[in-house]
Ligand binder design. Structure first.
Ligand code: PHE
Length: 346
């Protein structure tokens, strides 16, 4: 019986035929299964003699089925490999390649410049708690400055009151750094921020870099020197001129808005020189000031011991200035031609 079964298994031409044989021999109604059932009716002596033979037969047939199946599968693979040919001379489809985004490049450059000035990089969450984004920055519940922030709110309650929100600026990282690390502090905090606003110079998501220095005896002169030094390095020009204007932010006192002088060359704004010269102008660049005592207190530090300055600047705006781009929305279209137009190539 064994020889006959094995011969038929070896002759099977496909998997279906092989399966039919398996059922015929080993299935519930199969012939070998039938033999096994006869064991019950045998005398103990006869059973002792026949049982091992039937078991061995079943094992041999099962092994033959498995071996044939493996051989069939291998043959099929061989055949497929022989048929499939790969034409390496075919031209590859033309896939446009991008570059590191200009905003990321500017952020990297800024991080490098500030690293030379002894600043390290800090980060905070984009989904922020009302307390960090507003309250601890001296903007309590009813503060009018909150209305200027066009905030995207979540329905979720925030742990310290109010609701969770998409941070409207990188300033909450000031609070997080001071509460977590104490003082002194010398950090920049680059990242995404969100405001419900959209036109050629505003997108609902944009990028800021926050700067914070907290130490003893820090004054406005340190702020001005830091900004001048970094802007000269960033724009690679020695003739950068800044103008500090009194302004108002709830979290700085005094607050200063910083303008940079530019000239018009070939219809384009070129940074450099005083904005007061004929044909020149001033462009608003960033908000800054001496950190408000209340903010230092909110962060758990003693404002009589620790003072400092903070600034916040728009990274996208800085990239537009450096590379002469005029529409902020194009930053986030993901169009490779736009990159190439401004000289970014892989
Ligand atoms: N957070 C302010 C803004 O987004 C900018 C700023 C930062 C001003 C730090 C002063 C100090 O407009």
């Amino acid at each position: 019986m064994k020889a006959g079964a094995c011969a038929r298994i070896d002759a099977a031409q496909d998997l279906a035929a092989l399966e039919a044989l398996r059922v015929e021999f080993l299935g519930k109604q199969g012939s070998i299964s039938g033999l096994l059932k006869t064991l019950g009716k045998m005398s103990p002596e006869e059973r002792q003699e026949k049982a091992p033979k039937i078991q061995a037969l079943r094992q041999d047939v099962a092994d033959a089925l498995a071996a044939r199946k493996a051989a069939m599968e291998e043959a099929e693979l061989e055949q497929r490999l022989a048929q499939e040919t790969l034409d390496l001379s075919l031209p590859a489809p033309d896939m446009p390649r991008g570059t590191v985004h200009p905003v990321s490049q500017v952020m990297d450059e800024l991080a490098e410049i500030f690293a030379d000035l002894g600043f390290s990089v800090a980060t905070g969450p984009e989904i922020e708690d009302d307390w960090y984004n507003f309250t601890a920055l001296n903007m309590p519940e009813s503060h009018p400055a909150r209305a200027m922030h066009d905030t995207f709110y979540f329905p979720d309650q925030a742990p310290r009151g109010g609701r969770m929100l998409l941070r409207t600026h990188t300033s909450p990282v000031q609070i997080r750094t001071m509460t977590e690390k104490g003082a002194p502090v010398r950090i920049i905090a680059p990242g995404r921020v969100y405001r419900s606003d959209s036109d050629a110079t505003h997108t609902p998501m944009f990028h800021q870099i926050e700067g914070l220095v907290i130490d003893r005896d820090i004054h406005l002169g340190h702020l001005k020197w830091t900004l001048e030094t970094f802007l000269k390095a960033f724009f690679e020009r020695e003739d950068i001129v800044l103008r500090l204007r009194p302004s108002y932010f709830p979290f700085t006192e005094p607050s200063v808005e910083v303008d940079v002088g530019f000239a018009i060359e070939n219809g384009k704004r070129v940074l450099g020189g005083s904005g007061d010269e004929p044909g020149h102008g001033w462009m608003e660049l960033l908000g800054s000031g001496m950190v408000n005592r209340r903010v230092i207190e909110f962060s758990g530090l003693d404002p009589d011991e620790w003072q400092g300055f903070a600034f916040g600047l728009g990274v996208d705006r800085l990239a537009m200035l450096k590379y002469g781009m005029d529409d902020l929305r194009a930053f986030f279209d993901g169009d490779v031609r736009w990159l190439q137009h401004y000289g970014f190539s892989p």
